[in-house]
Ligand binder design. Sequence first.
Ligand code: ADP
Length: 747
Amino acid sequence: MDATVERIGTGKRVGVLTSGGDAQGMNAAVRAVVRTCLSHGAEVYAIYEGYQGMIDGGDGIRRLQWGDVSNILHRGGTVIGTFRSPEFRERDGRRRAAANLLRHGIDRLVVIGGDGSLSGLNALSAEWPELLDELVAAGEVSRDLADAHPALRFAGLVGSIDNDLVGTDMTIGADTALHRIVDAIDALTSTAASHQRSFVVEVMGRHCGYLALMAAIAGGCDYVLVPENPPEDGWEDRMCAELRRGRRAGRRDSIVIVAEGATDRSGNPIRADHVKQIIEERLGEDTRVTILGHVQRGGTPSAFDRWCSSVLGYEAALEVIGDHPSDGPVIGWRGNRVTRLPLLEAVERTRAVPVDIAAGNFAAAMAARGGSFADMFAIFREMAEPSRIDADASSKRIAIIHGGGLAPGMNPIARAAVRLGISRGHTMLGVHGGFPGLRDGRIAELEWGDVEGWTGDGGAHLGLRREIPTVEELYAISRALEEHKVDALLVAGGWNAYRSAHLLYSERDRYPAFRLPIVCLPASIDNNLPGSDLSVGTDTALKALVDVIDGVKMSAEAAHRMFVVETMGRWCGYLALVGGLAGGAELVYLHEDGITLDRLNRDVSWAVNSFAGGRQLVLAVRNERANESYTTDVLARIFEEEGGNLFDVRQAVVGHQQQGGAPTPFDRLLGTRLVARALALIDEEFAAGTTEGYYIGLVGASLSHRPLSGMMAEMDPVFRRPKQQWWLGLRDVVHAVAVQPGDRPRG
Ligand code: ADP
């Protein structure tokens, strides 16, 4: 063996590989692992073609530098290749792999793959000391080299479009796959509706019904078949009865989603063709089958798969280069936070699900998917089933109202509210035109069929206005609530909607009509509402921003160019920071951080030096209200002036397309979950005979609610954002991955 290699091995050397099925977002994760390692002074090596590169050694293991992972965020698949390596399943293969790692002084490993890949990682790490002893005994490595690497430090990230790892809510690639499916369903819906046709759509998911169920909810479909919860015998009759009722209640199309691993209770596969045959025979409807197949793996990664995978890659790198291993080296995503799982437990629990399904233990399989999966299954059933179309006299009357700025996702929220509310026995009312509409009594009943097709629609069919009611208007509002016998108010909107709801709540002593349950649900692209990590609409706005960033980056291919991209968000920098992370920005300007001349000076000299050193592109994302004086135009001009002939500067302002556009699957699903929670809270108030007000949201891993009475204390009224903002912690990730350490703007 090469003597120079013998001397290496005291520094921190990290290997990173992608293995198993490819998934969108793997590149973002690799990029973040590489750059975080480099930012922390560790060396990092790509292991190409999964475990096979480790076994083959040679060119299969290559040291990476900062620029080697440039320009890969937007790419699908994995640029370091993936492979299913049968040899790695054998101990001999793993021994050769260990020898090659040692030869490069690598004893820290980040593996991005599915449960198979994590099993491989588990085997390698468990056997590591023995493998090293064997290699020493065989004279393949020296005792000193083996002793210098007594243990393998590792972290696992879950890349799987199926979203099948038990213990995490989202795996890398699942959100993008869901985008592909929901795009296809939206497209089918329009043609199906024109011809009154039925479609059966088969989606991926051999043992996991995540994609099928979430696509069915986000796509507003009629029936879903998932592996974890096979339908009871006689499902064919029930399915047809439901489709028939749906048609009678106003549906023009019928869409059934079948997961590829769906079976009946006896374990017999249910294939899309079979479902088509049943619908044609029993309902006499023209029915088409669409099998989405590899389209689901294709395309560019979603904004979520870019920023979340970047966060996960950052955490994985810290895990392996830190001084102490944690007992949760599998790093996943739960609710809206990083979660850590023990390796063996994560794999074993995941592997148990197909076993449970095969054994007919469906309750265990459903439970393994987590509480929100079971909740969503129940929500889907309720929404798809037009069980009770006419309200009776005893039903409560719940009004839904929007306010604040427009947010993509308001229509699916209204649709979910109407369908779930009706299913729970209520009469649902829509307030047209926000709080001014409420003042004017523009309130009308919404029936099950009225919200048909709303799930994929941008905008807000109920209309909305930004105005907060004045004190003079409160009397008219109270009269309208009384006249229309409104028993509860569901407020879905942004900052001014929350302020308006709080105003009614605070005036309840003076106006008895305001003594009714009120629940505020966050819907705003600004993501500036208290009590929720994320607002509905934010993900769609991020998507619009990332689309623009991708476009402008491509336009600069042949030039030396800097882009200053301005995003909406008012004073809240969420879109700028997270969009910057997803889009690969080098510079991010937030109101929370401020912009000073001092900082600009540093950034300008960095940019000038960088372009002088050969850089072709710099991307800066600026939040629209980051600073009153240093506007986007001013920033661009300063850089342009100072850049001289080295580079030119272009601006792109992402305006109202962030508020419009079809809501993303994530926004549709979050809206639906929040509506179900809001209605449950309202029902609790009805049952208890109380009239409390709440604002609800996703905080960390779960949905929660807080009383309206405490809301103002959480808000910064001047800059219209919560006093505490969880996402500011993501600045560390941006810092680690945006600009090479030696090259950073100095201050
Ligand atoms: P995924 O990681 O997507 O679940 P696979 O199950 O095909 O995909 O696993 C990917 C690779 O991980 C396999 O080709 C093999 O190299 C390795 N691997 C899987 N299971 C094991 C195991 N039990 N022991 C060792 N290596 C394994």
